[in-house]
Every structure is written in C-alpha cells, then in structure tokens.
Design a protein around this ligand. Structure first.
Ligand code: PEP
Ligand code: MN
Length: 263
C-alpha cells in the first residue's frame, strides 16, 4: 500500500494551513523533552517567530538508562498542547506504548513512533487504526526495506497519513552519534509515495553538523527536517549536547534561507 507502484502521486499530509509532503519544505523544531510550560512555550515562540508550523517535544522519552529523565508523560502532552495552541502551532510527540495512543491522540496533531519502536508491531497496528497522522522514524539498525514494511503495518490497518523520518543508523562510525543515511531519502521517495523527513539532531548528534546535514537533506529531496532547540541546552534534561539554543537556531534558519533551500 505504501509502494509508489500502488500510487504514483505523492501523499500529502495536510493540517489545515500547513502540510507535509508534495514539495513543501517543513521544519519540525522544539525541545528534545517537554520539561516545563515556560521552556516549551519559549521554544514555541521561536518556532512561530520563524514562520514555522510544527512544534515537537517529547513527553514519553525512550531513554537508554532507566535512571535518566523519562519525560513528564501525560502532563508533558498537556504542556505541549498548550504551548502549541498559544502560538498556533501543530504538536508532534512520541508515543511508546499502545496504552497511551488514544489519550495522546487527544493532545497531538502528529503521533511519532520512535526509532526504538519501529518494529513494535502491536504499536504499529494500533497506530494504523488511529485517525491521526503518524511520523514513523527509522529503527537504529533497520534496513530501508524493514522501514518500509513498518510503514506498511500502519497503512494496512487503514491509516494512510504516514510520514517517514530518516534519523541515522548504527554503524561502526563513532564520529557522529548515528550515521545519517542520506541516500535513504531519494530511495524512500522512489519506493514509496510517502513524505520523507530527516532528523538532523539524532542522526548527527553534533551541533556543528546540523546545518550541513539539513542542507544535504533539502538538496536531496527531503520534505522537511526535524531539529531540537532548547532555551538553555546546557541545563536540558536530555540531549543537552546537541540541541540548538535560540541564537544558534536563528543562524540555522537564516543559513538555510540564504542557501535558497528553505523559503
Ligand atoms: C526523538 O525524536 O525524540 C527521538 C527519541 O528520536 P529517535 O527515536 O529517532 O531516537
Ligand atoms: Mn533528543
């Protein structure tokens, strides 16, 4: 169902005024994790200031260590929704459990399924029954074929609004957090009719590579980019080394606009 051979025209996921896919370039930005209303609203203000439409923020955080900040859960979703509403933005957040899908859907415009759950087939099937766009991230060690099958799991249950996101894969290379598989973008665009985004934060894990990675993503045909921003990255409760502060985000946007890749 997700295959290009089944549908030749691009799938466009639309949200009233904004849409993802079909030649628009969207930036999804926001903090790694929702930590407080003030922190999330500050990021929302920046997103709005740049004329962007999508605010991200993790409420259920899939952390490597059980002792790390796990996210604010439902309270985080409520904060994200309020911040998004206060700045007229669309809210994007990850759900890690089937049990939270229905509730999360009440607060979100896009439900994210993260890399670690790309092959959580129960979660994929239930997401496929939702009437809500799903942003599916590539698994840490998933092949492109496996990634496409995971999207198929969702669509086979009826949900046709799926956005794919390349976020880097695990290789022997340690210079970056993950290895950004940039050619996955045109391959996914060729093999499927779905919009494809590139997460420059989790793929590179390096602030100095966010801009070149975003330029590469845009040049190679991605439908958008995801990046993390935080009012004070040094104090962030997760991913403090790689979130942009607001002046870095200003430069990031200006450089992308100057390159002509982002309008
Ligand atoms: C995220 O986007 O917050 C995240 C945890 O990303 P990933 O699932 O790609 O690691
Ligand atoms: Mn993060």
């Amino acid at each position: 169902l997700v295959s290009r051979s089944m549908k030749s025209e691009d799938t466009v996921v639309s949200f009233g005024s904004a849409y993802i896919g079909g030649g628009s370039m969207q930036l999804i930005a926001g903090p790694c994790a929702v930590e407080s209303y003030e922190q999330t609203a500050a990021a929302a203000r920046e997103v709005k200031k740049h004329g962007l439409s999508f605010l991200r923020g993790g409420a259920y955080k899939p952390r490597t260590s059980p002792y790390d900040f796990q996210g604010l859960g439902l309270e985080g979703l409520k904060i994200l929704r309020k911040a998004a509403d206060d700045y007229a933005l669309k809210a994007v957040s990850e759900v890690v459990s089937v049990y939270d899908l229905e509730t999360a859907a009440e607060y979100l415009d896009i439900i994210q399924i993260g890399a670690r759950n790309m092959q959580n087939f129960d979660l994929l099937k239930e997401a496929g029954k939702m009437n809500k766009p799903i942003l599916l991230k590539r698994g840490l060690s998933a092949t492109i074929e496996e990634f496409i099958y995971s999207a198929e799991y969702i669509m086979s249950q009826g949900n046709k609004e799926i956005i794919l996101c390349e976020r880097g894969i695990r290789t022997y290379e340690r210079a970056t957090r993950n290895t950004l598989d940039i050619t996955a973008v045109p391959i996914l665009k060729k093999e499927t009719h779905l919009p494809v985004l590139v997460d420059v934060t989790h793929s590179t894990g390096r602030k100095d590579l966010l801009l070149p990675a975003a330029k590469a993503a845009m040049a190679i045909g991605a439908d958008g980019v995801m990046a993390e921003i935080h009012p004070d990255p040094a104090t962030a409760l997760s991913d403090s080394a790689q979130q942009m502060d607001f002046s870095e985000f200003d430069d990031f946007i200006l450089e992308l606009q100057a390159s002509g890749l982002l309008r």
